[in-house]
Design a binder for this molecule. Structure first.
Ligand SMILES: [Zn+2]
Length: 434
């Protein structure tokens, strides 16, 4: 971030002591969170966090005097919270949706072969590109499921805020369970500062023994968990009855639902996000709501596979916390949370735009275990902000309408108060194709 010039000496307490005060940012309009809109105000930012929200031009002037330096005017546009992508696989960024869509098992097989054919350096480069594309669209935090370790290496170097979930699976084959657990434990030990969560891949590919092993690691280290759940009717069928398209590819069926298995392992709770949830059984939305788990819907992937309509109303009636994610380029045309919001609204036009934005900010942050740190610009939260090209005079409702329709371009993006605009390509800040 470019620092403003220091004002004349002797102005404000920080100037008197010679210390730099917080940076004071202003823009034509500020959206602190979906329901809070301020014109002519700004933010005090210190240590990468929002220290104070300034609600008027007079408050901005007072804060600047106290800080001992002039405010930094970001200019025309709307300053809003950085978007949060609750579910991605960044290392798959070059698998540009060229895989067969169906049957789903063929898509999975093609994905595994394509990923296996890429070396470590290529996967890391792809993960870096994926994070950059997300940032260019205003996504400052991403939950990345890292299968090969490429995501961890890319995250260590990039400017985005990344929650890494180390993926683990055993396909219900007992001889694979212990090696899978040893592998994830080693990854956790080796990268204690970077690997921040675990992803048992899915209910039909992570056995009960594996889930129990993961639960024990999670309890010890208080790690967030994410798991693909109830994505297709075929996986639900195999889990409950051992029949259907997955039967030939997996070990013996547990004859229990995915949610039962997660609950039995102690993994169904606020620290766990469930991804997809396209075909919940009767009563399952209520169980999710009661246990505080967040459900992550991926509208782009949903459209790619031409799934049956997502059960929005069942989840909302039950009071389930809903978040949005991009998933990967192996099943999505872009990595852009503006597009995911637009697709969600297209599928459920009756949703309130403020609720859709919350799914891509505050609720997505909750899904990643960061609900008290990112997702809005309230005091104490990270100064992860986006300056959107939009008419500030049109007001809150109009801005929310445009933003969640994917119709705003990004002018600048900051993570922890530092602009990353110069690291992004101009061409990548265009509005998404929706
Ligand atoms: Zn996924």
């Amino acid at each position: 971030m470019t620092e403003g010039r220091r004002s004349s000496p002797g102005v404000g307490p920080h100037a008197r002591t010679g210390a730099r005060g917080p940076a004071v940012l202003t823009a034509s309009a500020l959206l602190v969170r979906g329901d809070t809109w301020i014109e002519g105000g700004g933010l005090c930012v210190a240590g990468g966090r929002v220290e104070r929200v300034l609600r008027s031009p007079a408050a901005v002037r007072r804060a600047a005097r106290a800080a001992g330096r002039p405010p930094r005017d970001l200019g025309e546009g709307v300053l809003a919270p950085g978007l949060v992508d609750a579910h991605a696989h960044l290392e798959l960024t070059s698998l540009t949706a060229a895989l067969p869509r169906e049957p789903f098992q063929a898509w999975v097989g093609a994905l595994l072969r394509a990923r296996g054919g890429r070396g470590a350096a290529r996967l890391e480069r792809d993960a870096t590109r994926g994070a950059a594309r997300l940032l260019a669209g205003g996504t400052t935090t991403v939950g990345d499921v890292d299968t090969t370790g490429a995501g961890a290496r890319a995250a260590a170097r990039g400017p985005a805020r990344v929650v890494l979930y180390r993926e683990v699976l055993d396909a219900w084959q007992p001889d694979r369970t212990a090696p899978a657990l040893r592998g994830v434990s080693r990854a956790l030990a080796a990268r204690a500062r970077r690997v921040e969560g675990i992803s048992p891949h899915a209910s039909h590919t992570a056995s009960q023994g594996l889930l129990e092993g993961v639960a024990s690691l999670v309890r010890r280290r208080r790690l967030p968990v994410t798991v693909h759940w109830s994505e297709t009717p075929e996986e639900v069928e195999w889990l409950r009855s051992g029949t259907g398209a997955w039967a030939a590819l997996l070990g013996p069926s547990p004859h229990r639902s995915g949610l039962d298995l997660l609950e039995a392992a102690g993994l169904l709770g606020p620290g766990t996000s469930l991804v997809h949830g396209n075909c919940p059984l009767r009563g399952e939305p209520d169980r999710l709501a009661a246990r505080g788990a967040v459900l992550v819907h991926c509208p782009g992937t949903h459209a790619f596979f031409e799934r049956a309509p997502f059960p929005w109303r069942r989840y909302r009636r039950a009071g389930v916390r809903l978040a949005l994610g991009t998933d990967s380029r192996a099943s999505n045309a872009d990595l852009d949370m503006r597009r995911e919001m637009a697709l969600a609204r297209r599928a459920a036009p009756w949703l309130d735009p403020a609720e859709v934005l919350a799914m891509a900010t505050e609720q997505a942050a909750r899904a990643l275990g960061l609900g008290d740190r990112v997702g809005c610009l309230a005091p104490g939260f990270a100064a992860d902000w986006v300056l959107h090209e939009a008419d500030p005079g049109a007001g809150r409702a109009s801005f929310l309408e445009q933003l969640t329709a994917g119709a705003t371009a990004v002018r600048d993006v900051a993570v922890a108060g530092r602009s990353v605009r110069r690291r992004l390509l101009d061409a990548e800040t265009r509005p998404p194709m929706v």
